[in-house]
Design a protein around this ligand. Structure first.
Ligand code: MG
Length: 267
């Protein structure tokens, strides 16, 4: 597929954040220009992240400050997708939610019934305010056989200084202690994240392109959910890791800057 063929068929571009648009606090060169080009061509811009430790609004502020977010763009996190999943399948049920205070507020204001008395479902989000009391409570609920959801599967979260343990690492903890794996994981590469964002955008999967730097989340997400995909080599993948991985993207670009087609020579 060429870049012009991709632009012709695509109505919305879903962008991964870290490794794709920035590295830590540093913008990837040409990222704001690439987004501006796509908006100018009438494309919808969506920022899609598995990180469920911050609210969509917090991401919007961060992206706006970095010159990446404009009115009309959308932030869609694995927490947003989990809220949509809960409202579709467990509306009115009580949810025991392990999450940061701000993400808990986001669930509650979206209409999720968060409580601790007699929950029907337990949800593990990326809780960077995790305490032993919360671990103990979730463990006890899992032993009782309660429905168990996780916002996303990532083992680690990239930071400016290295990696932090992410939800996938905590899933291992509960696997060892309560003998349970989640009944469902919502975020990339799984289908509920795709269903949620596509129904929010009111688009079909073939009208959407995922742009990201991780093969086993971003590119696998696109392939499993029948979206187009672009792998950018500005983050954790290179041509060697691509050659060893079973899922292939439609296009490989050095960075998002290359989404701007080269100026055509006239004549
Ligand atoms: Mg990434």
């Amino acid at each position: 597929m060429t870049i012009s063929e991709l632009h012709d068929k695509t109505k919305a571009y879903l962008f991964d954040l870290d490794g794709t648009l920035y590295l830590g606090e540093r913008l990837i060169e040409g990222a704001p220009e690439a987004l501006a080009f796509l908006r100018g061509a009438g494309k919808r811009i969506v920022f899609l992240t598995n990180n469920s430790s911050k609210t969509a609004l917090r991401y919007e502020e961060k992206l706006r400050n970095m010159g990446l977010f404009e009115d009309g763009d959308l932030v869609y996190t694995s927490a947003t997708a989990t809220v949509h999943y809960l409202l579709r399948h467990f509306r009115g049920k009580q949810i025991y939610l392990v999450a940061t205070e701000e993400v808990k507020e986001e669930f509650i204001s979206a209409g999720v019934h968060v409580g601790e008395e007699d929950p029907d479902v337990a949800v593990l989000a990326y809780d960077t305010e995790l305490t032993f009391a919360k671990i103990e409570k979730l463990d006890a609920l899992l032993r009782r056989g309660i429905v168990y959801l996780a916002t996303h599967p990532d083992d680690v979260c990239p930071t400016e200084t290295g990696f932090k343990p992410d939800v996938g690492s905590f899933l291992k903890l509960f696997e060892r202690s309560a003998g349970r794996l989640p009944d469902r994981v919502i975020g990339k590469p799984f289908p509920d994240m795709a269903k949620g964002v596509l129904s929010h955008l009111n688009l079909r999967s073939d009208e959407v392109c995922m742009v990201g730097d991780r093969l086993y989340t971003d590119i696998r997400f696109a392939n499993r959910n029948k979206m187009s995909s672009v792998l950018v080599l500005s983050g954790e993948s290179n041509l060697l890791s691509l050659s060893k991985f079973p899922d292939k993207p439609d296009l490989v670009l050095p960075s998002v800057k290359s989404l701007i087609p080269p100026a055509k020579n006239s004549g």
